[in-house]
Ligand binder design. Structure first.
Ligand SMILES: [Zn+2]
Length: 385
């Protein structure tokens, strides 16, 4: 049993600051109370904020092997499969080197308050195995979404696709397709069907930039968002360049969206419409995306998300809204049992120094690794200062 006491705790789905104590037992939050608690181990959170630890909902962790490579080239040259720069680099990197750089990225996440990440893993079953091996000794939660090169084959036989999807799903939490620029709608449908049958996540990049939307409309008369929803994808990534009607479609369907503002910024493709997503009550998550051009640091992601959005819209966006994208929204949308401080939930928690009187801004604006007093994952202390 661990007691976290005397801190300001961001409680529940609304991250409401309350002066309460927490009891953690068997990996779960057992009790939240203003009473004094007894427990074997005590964490003194005096002068601290106790928050759900962070969830990075979109990463390509393999790309950590090529940090800051390719800067200045256009988005398709860098990331478009199968011939983009990142795919060439991934192909020629040895498994050992990949594993080392993946481990570095995972430790970096833990050092910056992230205890869960969703990886969009390239390289089929083998690619997933490499990540599994890398993650063996790192105390971090991960959801792995796989993909298969057969998705990119314009003549692929659909029952072969189905077979490969089924094989992939044996070793991962879902399937993530790169985008409609590369895959056919029929392939998309097979992916979604199989994921749905097995209760796994289906995800795809959509509307990352204007040109892919234009291309999609030219080829099919539909936006990428429309095709993703019709295909049955559950988790949409980016939506940085919605066309008229796209956001309403997503809102009506109720799908969550993962936005990656720093990635969009790095690739000069725009700023995701975070405020509009909020207005339409679309569950919004945040991810650091490609580690080629971003560190997997969610503090940086949140600060950029908040300020770039305010600057671009010339309107207010609340810091609580942004912190929810990295915690409660994500836990809920991904169907995992963490991301929120509530009784019975998994104890994925960070205790950070209170740097200012606004608890949400204190985290987004001012918290650095050195201000994390304690990081807890599944009720176990990962590190403590
Ligand atoms: Zn991505």
């Amino acid at each position: 049993m661990i007691v976290i006491e005397n801190g300001i705790v961001l409680v529940g789905n609304e991250l409401k600051p309350q002066k309460v104590n927490l009891l953690v037992e068997n990996g779960k939050i057992r009790e939240i109370t203003s009473e004094k608690l007894s427990g074997a181990e005590r964490i003194d959170a005096t002068g601290c904020i106790v928050s759900p630890s962070l969830i990075n909902s979109h990463v390509h962790i393999g790309d950590a092997v090529a940090q800051d490579v390719g800067d200045g080239q256009n988005i398709a040259e860098i990331v478009k499969p199968p011939h983009g720069l990142k795919h060439k680099i991934l192909q020629k990197t040895s498994a050992e080197d990949l594993i080392k750089s993946m481990q570095g990225a995972m430790w970096e996440m833990l050092a910056t308050g992230t205890t869960t990440f969703v990886d969009y893993r390239e390289g089929g079953v083998q690619g997933i195995q490499i990540l599994e091996e890398a993650a063996q000794e790192v105390p971090i939660n991960k959801l792995v979404l796989g993909r298969d090169d057969i998705f990119l084959d314009p003549d692929a036989n659909l029952s072969k696709v189905r077979n490969n999807v089924q094989k992939l799903l044996k070793s991962c939490d879902g399937i993530a397709a790169s985008g409609f620029g590369e895959i056919r709608d029929e392939v998309a449908q097979v992916i979604c069907e199989e994921c749905r049958k097995q209760g796994k996540i289906s995800s795809i990049h959509v509307a990352e930039y204007r040109e892919v939307q234009e291309q999609s409309q030219k080829n099919t008369g539909k936006s990428e968002v429309q095709r993703a929803l019709e295909g049955g994808f559950q988790l949409l990534v980016h939506l940085t360049a919605p066309i008229v009607g796209d956001l309403d479609r997503v809102a009506a369907a109720g799908n969550p969206v993962v936005c990656c503002p720093r990635s969009n910024g790095a690739l000069s493709v725009g700023i995701p419409p975070l405020r509009h997503l909020e207005e339409k009550e679309i569950p919004t998550l945040l991810g650091t995306d490609n580690l080629m051009f971003n560190s997997p640091n969610m503090f940086r992601e949140m600060e950029y998300a908040l300020k770039a959005t305010r600057a671009y819209d010339r309107q207010y966006l609340s810091p609580k809204t942004v912190l929810k994208m990295a915690t409660t929204n994500a836990g809920h949308a991904l169907g995992i049992d963490s991301g929120v401080i509530s009784p019975g939930k998994t104890a994925d928690i960070m205790v950070v120094k209170k740097m200012s009187e606004n608890p949400w801004l204190s985290i987004i604006n001012r918290t650095e690794s050195k201000n994390i007093i304690c990081l807890m994952r599944q009720g176990k202390i990962v590190y403590k200062r």
